[in-house]
Design a protein around this ligand. Structure first.
Ligand SMILES: Cc1cc2nc3c(=O)[nH]c(=O)nc-3n(C[C@H](O)[C@H](O)[C@H](O)COP(=O)(O)O)c2cc1C
Length: 205
């Protein structure tokens, strides 16, 4: 597939078809993920693949996603936000639990931090996080090439998840990514149109 087609195809999907993904597609995407640039040349990343309802429920419980989402309250919360962003939150927030439950696979991307979070002082200390996100983008692009889509969910209760999934203490969770084929009902939200001529600055800002 042409590079530009893959770039355009990679979009966030939160509604998945009940159809399993061949292992070869996952392995291909992980292989490509490991080709991403990395701050220390070591590519200290791991992928935890979750199939079972039992493990998915551990994530849902850890992140407290069982709460009923009040759409009216969301509308009030985001009423003054840019419409494109409001549309995204109103679609996304009610689906956080369902997307984990319905995805045929949930992939957790784990990385080795350079500096403990509580000691981060400079952007430089976050090079490990920047690198793992380059890895995640390669992963998502490779999946898109095979019509498999994902949504990058960022957990808030990392230590609880690490304990439940026996992730070594020195590692950190970058993202929890439910992946799967697009459901017929899946929404692809409008991307904000960017006039790049306004975003390119010559010599100085
Ligand atoms: C760092 C980061 C955090 C995100 N967190 C979440 C999240 O917690 N839940 C969710 O449903 N989507 C999450 N997303 C997905 C974004 O909502 C999505 O990428 C954005 O709306 C742009 O849409 P697109 O990916 O289709 O271009 C996250 C994306 C990024 C890059």
């Amino acid at each position: 597939m042409d590079f530009i087609e893959v770039i355009k195809k990679r979009r966030t999907i939160r509604d998945f078809e009940n159809k399993s993904i061949p292992n070869s597609i996952i392995e291909y995407a992980i292989e490509n993920a490991f080709k991403a640039p990395t701050y220390n040349h070591l590519r200290e990343w791991d992928f935890i693949i979750i199939h079972s309802l039992k493990s998915k429920l551990k994530l849902i419980e850890s992140e407290d996603l069982d709460k009923v989402v009040d759409i009216k309250e969301l509308e009030i919360r985001f009423k003054n936000e840019e419409s494109i962003m409001k549309e995204m939150y109103l679609d996304a927030i009610p689906k956080q639990k369902k997307m984990i439950l319905d995805a045929p696979l949930v992939v957790i991307v784990v990385y080795k931090p350079k500096t403990k979070l509580e000691h981060v002082k400079r952007i430089y200390d976050l090079n490990c996080l920047a690198s793992v996100w380059a890895c995640i983008e390669n992963f998502l692009l490779s999946l898109a090439e095979h019509d498999v889509y994902g949504v990058t969910f960022i957990p808030q209760n990392n230590e609880i998840i690490k304990e439940k999934l026996e992730i070594p203490g020195e590692l950190e969770i970058a993202s929890i990514i439910p992946i799967g084929y697009k459901a017929n009902t899946a929404k692809i939200l409008t991307q904000k149109a960017i006039d790049i001529t306004k975003r390119i600055h010559n010599e100085k800002w």
